[in-house]
Design a protein around this ligand. Structure first.
Ligand code: URP
Ligand code: ZN
Ligand code: ZN
Ligand code: ZN
Length: 469
């Protein structure tokens, strides 16, 4: 078998199941041995550090076009560079179908954007915005066969929204092909109604985005998505859950034995709707405009409870970066109404530090929950396990060395994304990644990215959500 290429010695290995002291031996980019006293020509000393499975960010938006022609702040190079610096080894961006476009052409388009530019491994979810008979009957089944085993559907946004009949059609195909559907659950008509009312009252500042995207509209859509999934007998993931009300719907469904999975994100444990006020109800609030919007202290407490008790399976960033200048959020149109402010905030680099610091360091969740939420569960639900998402012999040597004692604030000037701000500026973090290793090669070290864009596109298996129990 020959010797090992690399050993990581003296660290504490952490998985979703346990923590233990061990050396990790790597050969040909895979974990070849876990034990004590391992030796190789190259050695990394991890004394005092945690050795975690590389982070998997299962919800990021990179290089997507917007309806008003502004550009997203990250392409695949800058977005995955930022991901690597933040302790991630795999990200799952979206291939967004534009209405009228073939899904196959859409996938090839995103592959071209990613090819040769990625610092982490990547795998695409499909966004289905135009479920024509051709898409439902031919393209989706063929793409699932090719390893695109998850797609996202939207219940709001003018250019993406599907009506209930279309949602049911997509669910039906997904059930037949065994693909997992991610649902953006916000009620379009309720949001439109509230938006018109607020605009007629002259309430157009970014702050009012949070009122237009009311939690009741999220609750209603979550229930509707769950009911449709139950009708079709289909597992779904409710993504970016913002607060207590939609969580209750998810818990209700689980109580009935339905396969409803749930994701939440850093913004829902750290920000509130008050942040959208900006400095003085001004445009600075646009920095926090995302959908669903951050809520309040009560919802933050509910989300923490859900992260602890298993209501949430996945913690993703929903990285969707727009600069706060004229190339991104600050367009003439966006100044006239919150409804034109591009939705989304950056966060791929700060996701793991925020959950570690606020969760593990503050004693709210265990190390095992941290690993489950940020790596193991996304790998299982999106068909990447056991190659990704754990530390085990045979798995890819995707590892993040973590210093649990390192304390410093989040600062825009230290980040690698293409955005010109972070919504978490100044937030004190205890626990940072110090080295990210992708298939045995160091891609980030002490906050510096040192990768030659060797990330690969991963083909995915069927989600474990379809496992027969
Ligand atoms: O505001 C957000 N989250 N924008 C990104 C698109 C989405 O809905 O996930
Ligand atoms: Zn969404
Ligand atoms: Zn998103
Ligand atoms: Zn909106």
């Amino acid at each position: 078998m020959g010797g090992l290429d690399l050993v990581i010695t003296g660290g504490t290995v952490v998985t979703a199941a346990d923590s233990y002291a061990a050396d990790i031996g790597i050969k040909n980019g895979r974990i070849a041995q876990i034990g004590t006293g391992l030796a190789a020509s190259e050695r990394i000393d991890a004394t005092g550090l945690l050795v975690l499975p590389g982070g998997i960010d299962a919800h990021v938006h990179l290089d997507q076009p917007t309806s008003d022609g502004t550009t997203m702040a990250d392409d695949f190079a800058s977005g995955t560079r930022s991901a690597a610096a933040g302790g991630n080894t795999t990200v799952l961006p979206f291939a967004l179908q534009i209405k009228g476009q073939s899904l196959r052409a859409c996938v090839e388009d995103y592959r071209r954007k990613a090819q040769g530019n990625c610092h982490t491994d990547v795998a695409f979810h499909l966004i289905v915005s135009d479920p024509t008979p051709q898409v439902l009957g031919q393209e989706l089944p063929a793409l699932v066969q090719d390893g695109f085993t998850s797609f996202k559907v939207f219940m709001t946004y003018d250019d993406l929204v599907l009506n209930d009949a279309q949602l049911l059609d997509v669910f039906e195909v997904a059930r037949r092909e065994r693909a997992l559907v991610m649902v953006h659950a916000e009620g379009h008509d309720a949001i439109r109604h509230l938006t018109r009312r607020l605009e007629s009252e002259g309430r157009t500042a970014p702050y009012y985005h949070a009122q237009a995207h009311a939690q009741i509209a999220e609750r209603e859509a979550t229930h509707r998505a769950i009911s449709h999934a139950q009708l079709i007998d289909m597992p779904i993931v409710i993504v970016h859950v913002s607060g207590r009300d939609p969580m209750e719907q998810i818990q209700w469904a689980r109580g009935r034995g339905l396969k409803v999975f749930a994701e939440t994100c850093p913004q829902y444990i750290t920000l509130t709707a008050e942040d959208l006020r900006g400095l003085n109800m001004d445009f600075d609030g646009a920095k926090y405009v995302c959908s669903p919007p951050p809520r309040d202290a009560d919802s933050q407490a509910a989300i923490w409870q859900g992260l602890r008790d298993g209501t949430f399976d996945i913690f993703s960033s929903d990285h969707c970066p727009f600069r706060i200048d004229a190339t991104g959020k600050d367009t003439p149109r966006a100044r006239t109404s919150f409804k034109w402010v591009p939705n989304g905030i950056p966060g791929v680099e700060t996701r793991l530090p925020i959950l570690f610091s606020e969760g593990v360091s503050k004693g709210r969740i265990s190390l095992q929950r941290f690993v489950a939420l940020t790596s193991t569960n996304p790998a299982r639900l999106y068909g990447l396990y056991p190659r990704k998402g754990s530390i085990a012999v045979g798995a890819d040597a995707d590892l993040t060395l973590w210093d649990p004692a390192l304390s410093r604030p989040i600062r825009q000037i230290d980040l690698h994304h293409g955005c010109d701000y972070t919504p978490y500026e100044g937030m004190q973090i205890t626990g940072w990644p110090v080295r990210t290793i992708l298939r045995g090669r160091t891609i980030a070290l002490d906050g510096q990215v040192c990768s030659e864009a060797g990330g690969q596109e991963l083909s995915r298996a069927t989600s474990e959500a379809f496992a027969r129990d």
